[in-house]
Design a protein around this ligand. Structure first.
Ligand SMILES: Nc1ncnc2c1ncn2[C@@H]1O[C@H](COP(=O)(O)OP(=O)(O)OP(=O)(O)O)[C@@H](O)[C@H]1O
Ligand SMILES: [Mg+2]
Length: 519
């Protein structure tokens, strides 16, 4: 009696379930909110931020930087070409003038014509050099420039000297010098022009190649960037896809952030983790509220079942009261024993229901499937009797233990059995059997009924939340969707086969030894 008093249940089960679900709801939501807030300032937040945007900007900056370098190179090459072109123009004029000077020098030496024209041309040559000094200096080294200028000056001086020389011997000597110096002057200038022309040619060749080099390096750069960039994005995306597939199967394991930095995908992962918190909370609320509904259905049967022992207790107690004096000691003791036995039976019925109804955290432990199935059958046995259907069991001995949650598993089995009771006519049959398949690592609880079965379009939707074929107010349509959620959470799955007019088979597959991934 003491235990029964501990579990106080309101007289009205619907009010009871409503209040309790609301309480659980607010507690769970509070927990969820706290989790969401507590993520701030975690180790993750302290990691460096390398967002996709930053990486994109860096990639574009890299390409832009490379283009700037190439353009600067082109501009430099073109300006070099321009300088060399200017130099060549000046050098051509200079060469023309010194060639003319040498022509007049030869005329003077051969035919004795005047030297004024030669002097005039050599002055022009020097003038050209002086006037274009900055342009020439950009291309020629200062030594070369000095050499050219001094050649021209010296040549000019020799011209003046030869004109002034009176003695034929000294004239001869100066003539010799003039010839040799003149040819040196011309060949130096011609050599420099030749070198610069070749360098202009090389620059042109290079300028022609630059766009190809640019395109080639740009292609490699873009390939490397896009390869690493898309690889990173695709890896993160495919991971997220596999996470969502896992979540769809009911595995709410949180995503672990392993990267040394954080980016938009990390934020998405956090958002998914928050969503998982909420989903888990909602799932718990759904499971709890449907459990309350199942209890509502069970209470009617329990009330009926309690009638018999209570009647027996009352009748026996009334007999004792009436015939108290006529009864001998032994008869009295027998009757009191009857009362105690009946009271014990009543207590068991209520205890079972309370066990099922008790609010508890998910606890995974080693369980005997036989015990769970028997307890669940005990819970629905009153409904079975009321509906006047038969329930057969076939549970082999020596079944391996399972790691699961007793209450949740029982909730699933009760849901499926209550569904069968609901559809069966009088004398209908439910058979519950357990089998252990060595190959697939699952224990299967098979619940078969010979009821009306389901049409294909119904069968396809039975696991959808709120799908029901029951009249309004009779079914929530949550039983099977909640059951599937629970079983997947426990690492198993539910299989169903049904044929109209023949019946329905539900197979609840529970992993044998594996400790479920996440509960
Ligand atoms: N054994 C069965 N035979 C025939 N139809 C079934 C069987 N079990 C389930 N169904 C069909 O599946 C539907 C969904 O079942 P589910 O348990 O999810 O909700 P429900 O039983 O209608 O509502 P609730 O569980 O809240 O009472 C049922 O309405 C029924 O049409
Ligand atoms: Mg149901």
């Amino acid at each position: 009696m003491k235990n029964m008093n501990e579990d106080k249940i309101s007289a009205d089960p619907s009010a009871w379930s409503g209040k309790r679900t609301a309480k659980i709801y607010s507690e769970l939501m509070d927990k969820g909110r706290k989790k969401a807030v507590s993520l701030k300032g975690t180790e993750f937040e302290r990691k460096p931020k390398i967002s996709i945007r930053t990486r994109l900007i860096i990639a574009f900056a890299l390409i832009f930087g490379f283009s700037v370098i190439i353009n600067a190179w082109i501009i430099y090459t073109l300006s070099e070409l321009q300088h060399k072109n200017h130099f060549l123009e000046v050098a051509d004029s200079y060469l023309r003038e010194i060639h003319q000077a040498r022509r007049f020098e030869k005329n003077y030496l051969l035919y004795g014509t005047n030297l004024q024209d030669a002097l005039e041309h050599i002055r022009n040559a020097k003038k050209i050099l002086e006037e274009n000094r900055p342009k020439v200096a950009k291309v020629l080294s200062s030594d070369n420039f000095k050499a050219i200028v001094s050649h021209a000056s010296h040549y000019g001086e020799l011209l003046v000297e030869i004109e002034k020389a009176l003695k034929p011997e000294s004239k001869k000597e100066i003539e010799k010098q003039l010839r040799s110096h003149g040819s040196k002057m011309v060949s130096l200038a011609s050599d420099l022009v030749k070198i610069e022309r070749e360098s202009v040619d090389d620059n042109f060749k290079l300028a022609r190649r630059i766009p190809f080099i640019f395109l080639f390096v740009l292609m490699i750069l873009m390939f490397i960037i896009s390869f690493f960039f898309t690889r990173q994005i695709l890896i993160s995306l495919s991971r997220l896809i596999s996470y969502t597939e896992r979540i769809a199967k009911g595995d709410f394991t949180r995503i672990v952030l392993v990267k040394k930095y954080y980016d938009e995908f990390s934020r998405l992962a956090i958002a998914i983790n928050h969503m998982l918190d909420d989903l888990e909370n909602h799932q718990k609320i759904l499971v709890e509220s449907h459990k309350m509904r199942a209890i509502g259905s069970l209470v009617a049967g329990v009330a009926h079942e309690l009638n018999n022992p209570l009647n027996n207790i009352m009748l026996t107690a009334a007999s004792i009261q009436e015939d108290f004096k006529d009864l001998d000691e032994e008869e009295k003791l027998d009757m009191l024993n009857d009362i105690l036995e009946e009271a014990e039976r009543s207590r068991k019925i209520v205890r079972n229901l309370l066990d099922f109804a008790r609010e508890s955290e998910t606890t995974i432990k080693s369980l005997s499937i036989e015990d769970v199935v028997k307890k669940s059958i005990g819970l629905v046995s009153n409904q079975v009797k009321l509906a006047k259907v038969r329930l057969e069991t076939n549970i082999p001995e020596n079944l391996p233990p399972i790691y699961s949650d007793e209450q949740l598993l029982s909730q699933v089995l009760v849901n499926i059995m209550l569904n069968a009771v609901d559809v069966l006519p009088e004398k209908g049959k439910i058979s519950v059997s357990v089998s252990s398949n060595q190959k697939d690592g699952y224990l299967s609880v098979n619940i078969t009924d010979n009821g009306p079965g389901m049409a294909e379009h119904v069968l396809q939707r039975i696991f959808e939340p709120f799908f029901t074929t029951k009249p309004e107010g009779k079914g929530t349509g949550l039983g099977l969707s909640v059951s599937r959620g629970i079983i997947e959470q426990l690492g198993g799955h539910i299989r169903v086969k049904s044929e109209v007019g023949k019946g329905t088979v539900f197979d609840v597959m529970i992993p044998k030894i594996d400790i479920p991934f996440k509960v």
